[in-house]
Design a binder for this molecule. Structure first.
Ligand code: FAD
Length: 294
């Protein structure tokens, strides 16, 4: 099997690397200190085409493949882990529309996500439902041509600043995952409340939020897929996100290795840079080997 990258993969990676070095790397440490959400940079990332890399050109994306997407995630995360996390959360929020949305939903939600006009988020986790997705307790009750949604989500990346969420709620009284249903939830509707922002140890400018839905109403056309398909939809979205997290980790590991090499070349002990010590060279070589394999 041929694992080499196509010319298109390499050109998307080059675009992402150049953008990230110029726009994202400067100020990354300061943003991490303040924890301020970098909305301006998100807009620029959209203008550069990085928010819809593998979405069809028909819907405003670059129309490239998943390999290009992962290479770009790696480059963004190399420059700034928080921007990688913001971008990853955006794709979590918009991938469902790409995979399962109607043409009307794609026009309204995928196109502006692909161009960076709308930021998306993914709202699955709740205080009582983390690994155990079947324990989701947010309810959506059908009333005529609307659903009325009540419940609390937490740990939602981009949640307090996103324009819309891919939201998972329970319709009907069936237990477990059979009643889970996915929705595209605008954050400017009444009944949507932004709760606590988590005070994290790192990756702080990629903010993580509690979200509270109180008699929040959504029209039926904002349901993603059919009632009861929510588990399948949310898990399909997470399938790609798991690879994305791997790509982000490779980018961060490359940045860590480069920082370690720089320090080892600068730091002098016993009259020479510590990089000259065989034991340190071996450690750096091991790191490089593992990153290359990843
Ligand atoms: C920074 C950050 C950002 C996040 N962003 C989002 C987001 O954008 N959207 C969203 O929906 N969620 C988000 N999450 C939530 C994340 O998906 C959950 O934290 C995750 O699903 C785990 O849930 P939990 O934290 O409740 O841990 P728990 O489910 O309580 O698990 C605690 C520990 O027990 C282990 N465990 C649990 N069940 C089992 C089992 N059956 N067998 C063996 N071990 C088990 C787990 O592996 C873990 O180590 C985010 C979390 C963080 C920390």
């Amino acid at each position: 099997m041929d694992f080499s990258f196509s010319d298109e993969n390499l050109s998307v990676a080059k675009l992402a690397r150049a953008f990230a070095a110029k726009e994202l790397a400067p100020g990354a440490a300061e943003r991490d200190r303040t924890g301020e959400f970098p909305l301006e940079l998100v807009k620029k990332m959209g203008e550069a085409g990085l928010m819809g890399i593998s979405y069809p050109e028909k819907w405003g994306g670059l129309g490239s493949d998943s390999v290009s997407h992962m290479l770009a995630m790696e480059e963004v995360s190399y420059a700034c882990a928080a921007m990688g996390s913001i971008l990853g959360a955006h794709y979590l929020g918009s991938d469902g529309v790409n995979l399962f949305g109607t043409d009307e939903q794609k026009e309204k939600y995928l196109r502006p996500a692909a161009t960076g006009e709308k930021l998306a988020a993914f709202a699955l986790t709740e205080p009582g439902a983390g690994s155990d997705v079947g324990a989701v307790s947010t309810t959506a009750v059908r009333k005529g041509d609307k659903y009325v949604i009540n419940g609390v989500k937490h740990f939602i990346s981009n949640g307090g600043v996103a324009d819309y969420l891919t939201l998972c709620a329970r319709v009907g009284s069936d237990g477990g995952v059979r009643a889970l249903t996915a929705f595209i939830a605008d954050t400017d509707r009444p009944g949507f409340n932004v709760g606590t922002k988590e005070d994290k140890m790192g990756i702080r400018s990629a903010s993580t939020w509690e979200l509270v839905f109180e008699d929040y109403e959504l029209p039926v056309e904002n349901r993603l897929g059919e009632e009861g398909q929510g588990f399948k939809i949310m898990m399909s979205i997470l399938d790609r996100a798991r690879v994305e997290v791997g790509a982000m980790a490779v980018g961060m590991a490359r940045a860590s290795l480069d920082a370690a090499i720089k320090y080892a070349e600068e730091r002098v002990q016993f009259g020479k840079p510590i990089a000259a010590q065989p034991v340190l060279r071996e450690m750096l070589a091991d790191m490089a080997t593992e990153i290359d394999a990843a």
